[in-house]
Ligand binder design. Structure first.
Ligand code: NAP
Length: 350
């Protein structure tokens, strides 16, 4: 009998705890049977996102009840099907949960009242599979949408990116470079900063753990920041707001430094600079733009084939490592887009 290994939520983290393996339990169950209109998917790769911390919250036990399989999107291969639109060998992107096997059906969900398919077919000729959750996946789409639609990239602009060596950030840096911008990344530690300048083509990098932003910003951005792509919020956002160029655009992608603190943190005192600088600050959620994902995919794939952007996936081996992958986003141990490899890519079809 084939076994389905699954990570279930054992306990919710306390407000001051970093999420990790101790909050989950690896259990085993038989691979489920499929019913009418269902199909069985073997997980190839699981994605990792800071948003998953929000699913494991004592104040919102309905999101993932204790004892249930952890939520998460992944990429998988159909192994058996009773659904007319899905055949064995198809690759799909779906909410699979942290498990080796899942039963899927083609439901419809709503994102901001927009009707979207719960399972998307993926072009299996574009390999390896991790590209679909990484460099050509939703983190990259967030970087592209935020920079282009909201940041209004143009050659010569000075673009500053926080959590620049993380998933969304590393894609934002590369997309801004591919569009002829001057790019400065902010990241924690010299190794990440070296990677940004040596491998990803950033013009400069600021190590916020060892350098003072208030000294470094005037040095690297003497005419101010035209576009700030922010993944971090908190004091970094406040510092950057005090150093904007005229007509700047501040794109709020995330605020990981304060998002899961028990108390809501006060807003940035420097928000008043938006007025004097005639600047604009705007947030977004990439899942509101699901219908544009094929367009984002094509643009990124084009840049990837032309060598303008590099693959930035960082793979953790085996389903055992899924909780550690999530933990790494909060300790900064990750670099690039952290994913978990659950099973090997099948051989390409003839
Ligand atoms: N708006 C959207 O639709 C959307 C979509 C996807 C993701 N997001 C958001 O985008 C951000 C990045 O997501 P990701 O998946 O790409 O994660 P990630 O950047 O790969 O991982 C998070 C990074 O944040 C940094 N970090 C963690 N705690 C921090 C703190 N207290 N202060 C400063 N930096 C901290 C760490 O980098 P260092 O080592 O450099 O500190 C870590 O590597 C998150 O805020 C996420 O919620 C938003």
């Amino acid at each position: 009998m084939t076994i389905n290994r699954q990570w279930r939520v054992r306990r919710y983290p306390a407000p001051d705890e970093i999420i990790g393996p101790e909050h989950f339990e690896l259990t085993e169950a038989p691979v489920p049977e499929i019913g009418p209109d269902e199909f069985l998917v073997r997980t190839l790769v699981l994605g990792t996102s800071p948003a998953q911390r929000g699913y494991v919250d004592t104040r919102k036990p309905d999101l993932v009840p204790l004892g249930k399989v952890m939520r998460g999107r992944g990429l998988g291969v159909v192994e058996a099907s009773n659904h007319p639109d899905f055949a064995p060998g198809d690759w799909v992107n779906a909410s699979m949960g942290w498990q080796e096997w899942s039963v899927q059906t083609l439901g419809r969900g709503t994102v901001q009242s927009m009707d979207v398919l719960s399972v998307q077919k993926v072009n299996r000729s574009i390999r390896p599979s991790e590209l679909h959750l990484g460099t050509l996946g939703s983190a990259a789409f967030a970087a592209l949408y935020g920079l282009d639609d909201l940041g209004q990239l143009a050659p010569g602009k000075t673009v500053l990116v926080s959590a620049a060596a993380g998933g969304v950030g590393s894609m934002a840096c590369q997309i801004a470079r591919a569009n002829g911008c001057r790019v400065i990344g902010i990241a924690g530690g010299p190794a990440k900063c070296g990677w940004l300048t040596d491998e990803l083509g950033c013009d400069a990098a600021i190590d916020y753990k060892n350098q003072d932003l208030s000294d470094e910003l005037p040095h690297h951005c003497p005419d101010g920041v035209d576009v700030y792509f922010d993944n971090v919020g908190g004091e970094q956002l406040n510092q950057v707001l005090g150093h904007l160029a005229f007509g700047a655009r501040v794109v709020i992608c995330g605020y990981i430094s304060t998002q899961y603190l028990p108390e809501r943190s006060p807003g940035p005192a420097n928000y008043t600079q938006l007025l004097g600088r005639r600047a604009r600050m705007e947030g977004f959620v990439i899942w509101d733009h699901v219908k544009r994902f094929p367009e984002f995919f094509e643009r990124l794939h084009g840049w990837y084939l032309q060598g303008k952007i590099k693959a930035v996936e960082e793979m953790s081996p085996g389903i055992e490592s899924a909780p550690d992958s999530l933990r790494s986003l909060f300790t900064g141990a990750n670099r690039g887009i952290r994913l978990t490899r659950v099973s090997d890519d099948p051989e390409p079809a003839e």
